[in-house]
Design a protein. Structure first.
Length: 221
């Protein structure tokens, strides 16, 4: 904790280096939510795959970077999706060598001991591959280790997200579910929406998937 003089704040900031142009700025906490079967995790994996292989994502330029993926279902839940993505993009050999690291199981990020283990593991791997540019939490529910309706537990998760952002200079993307009643908002405590810099909503109509930006995203950097 320290104070900075206002003169420091008025210095010209460095140019913004987008991780995904117009969608994923650096050092931001973003939320991707939607109902079941809207392919939220597949969308997150698509973004991640493009970042670690340097591909454009839906016509948006990406910055090649290191990604750590905290998977609530562990390797089992992502294995087939990753294989299918690599085949469809013709880059199996390339993805195999890419700087993408997937957890073997979920974590209880609202619990200090579990959060510290995640950080220690990232620290160890980062010695050889570099600090992460993006950390993905998929899903909030499976990686919370607490009550998503309790602002106290969500606050502990946000402390973890702030800690890794400040430690590595990375952005975070958290996959979550939509509300039970209001499908246009994320499920759980209002502290979730208040704690993220921006959010995206996945919707499905038949075979058509739509990714939209609710009002809050318009104010994100």
């Amino acid at each position: 904790f320290r104070f900075a003089h206002v003169a420091d704040l008025l210095e010209t900031p460095p140019p913004l280096r987008w991780i995904v142009r117009e969608y994923l700025p650096p050092k931001a906490h973003l939320l991707l939510f939607g109902e079941p079967a809207t392919c939220k995790s597949l969308c997150a994996l698509d973004v991640v795959g493009c970042i670690v292989t340097g591909r454009a994502w839906n016509g948006r330029r990406t910055a090649l970077g290191v990604v750590f993926y905290i998977a609530g279902e562990g390797h089992f839940g992502l294995r087939r999706r990753a294989k299918a993505w690599a085949i469809s993009n013709g880059c199996e050999a390339e993805l195999m060598k890419a700087p993408l690291y997937v957890s073997s199981l979920g974590a209880s990020l609202a619990q200090r001991e579990s959060a510290d283990r995640v950080i220690a593991e990232i620290d160890e791997i980062a010695k050889s591959c570099g600090a992460p540019d993006l950390v993905v939490i998929d899903t909030l529910h499976r990686n919370l280790g607490g009550d998503e309706n309790a602002s106290e537990d969500i606050g502990k998760l946000l402390v973890f997200l702030d800690e890794i952002r400040d430690r590595y200079g990375c952005a975070t993307l958290t996959v979550h579910h939509s509300g039970h009643g209001d499908k246009k908002r994320s499920r759980g405590s209002s502290a979730i929406r208040g704690g993220f810099d921006g959010e995206f909503r996945m919707e499905r109509t038949g075979d058509v998937l739509t990714l939209s930006c609710p009002e809050k995203m318009k104010d994100a950097p």
